[in-house]
Design a protein around this ligand. Structure first.
Ligand SMILES: [Zn+2]
Length: 181
């Protein structure tokens, strides 16, 4: 699975680039880690990774927010999209029950292109979707990284991109794109 650091840093980068404050981007991006809290119950990739489950909980939260905190309604939409990014990314790295309970199979998407060092034109495209029955079981021995070297490298590059953005705003009058007329 992508590690928690990757789940956090990608929405953090996108939200920051979209113009959200660091504080708000941090708050939203922390939500992207929530589905992996199932490890606290010794279950790996549980129903917390189901798009259906996430949409259901988010819809209930959005209804309450719209009623009592109307000005925060758009935040609830952004929060939902951020959380949904988690099972989406997980499905590319391991079996994930994205459509449980409507579809009782975990999904693994493979999208790879490899080449041969002796013949770079010897390309091998591997696009496939694998299924296996959803079984939520407790396990007591999962070694799972909170961050890895690859994750740290990607995070540092993305943070450098954000630093460049703030530098450009300060020194080149760079204005982030605005979607409002
Ligand atoms: Zn996960």
């Amino acid at each position: 699975m992508p590690e928690p650091l990757i789940h956090f840093i990608i929405p953090f980068f996108l939200l920051s680039m979209s113009g959200l404050s660091v504080k708000k981007a941090t708050l939203f991006s922390t939500l992207a880690i929530l589905p992996d809290l199932d490890v606290l119950f010794h279950i790996h990739r549980s129903f917390s990774h189901s798009i259906i489950f996430i949409l259901l909980i988010s819809a209930l939260a959005a209804i309450v927010i719209k009623k009592f905190y109307k000005e925060k309604f758009h935040d609830s939409i952004v929060a939902t999209l951020v959380i949904l990014s988690h099972p989406f990314m997980d499905a590319f790295t391991g079996y994930t029950p994205v459509f449980w309970p409507l579809f009782n199979k975990s999904i693994l998407i493979i999208a790879e292109l490899t080449t041969n060092i002796n013949d770079v034109l010897d390309l091998n495209l591997n696009l496939d979707i694998y299924f296996k029955p959803v079984i939520f079981y407790k396990t007591t021995n999962i070694d799972t990284p909170i961050f890895s070297s690859t994750g740290v490298a990607i995070s540092l590059v993305l943070l450098a991109g954000l630093a460049l953005k703030y530098y450009s705003i300060k020194h080149y009058s760079f204005k982030p794109p605005s979607f409002r007329p």
